[in-house]
Design a protein around this ligand. Structure first.
Ligand code: 5GP
Ligand code: ZN
Length: 112
């Protein structure tokens, strides 16, 4: 499948991995917007949040828990943010569900 993040999962494209298990991969964003900017993705290809349903939504719990654990490991005790962009208006450029874990500074409060 011609999907950038599936290629990262398959190690066809290199990435700086932060965490991996059978369901989830976390790796550093190539163009960081904050001192900590990690992408957390399901290993199964899901196009985005619009493609979630009752059969595949469980992976969002795994991603949320992974985010919480990474934030703790990286010492983001003062706070962090988890964001998913959906579709063109949401600013989604890669069509494989991903969550941005951002932190390491006081983040902008303006979300849109
Ligand atoms: P989106 O804009 O779809 O929400 O987020 C896609 C993210 O993927 C962007 O923040 C972008 O910097 C990141 N990205 C795009 N290509 C690559 C890549 O080849 N490697 C890594 N590590 N991140 C990438
Ligand atoms: Zn994919």
């Amino acid at each position: 499948m011609d999907c950038l993040f599936c290629k990262i999962i398959a190690d066809e494209i290199p990435s700086t991995k932060v965490y991996e298990d059978d369901k989830v991969l976390a790796f550093k964003d190539i163009n960081p917007m904050a001192p900590v900017h990690i992408l957390i993705i399901p290993k199964v290809h899901i196009e985005g949040a619009n493609a979630l349903d009752s059969d595949n939504v469980g992976v969002v719990s795994d991603i949320m828990l992974t985010a919480r654990r990474i934030a703790e490991e990286l010492g983001l005790s003062e706070g962090w943010r988890l964001v998913t962009n959906v579709g063109e208006h949401g600013g989604q450029t890669v069509k494989h569900l991903h969550f941005h874990l951002l932190g390491g500074k006081k983040l902008n409060t303006e979300l849109a």
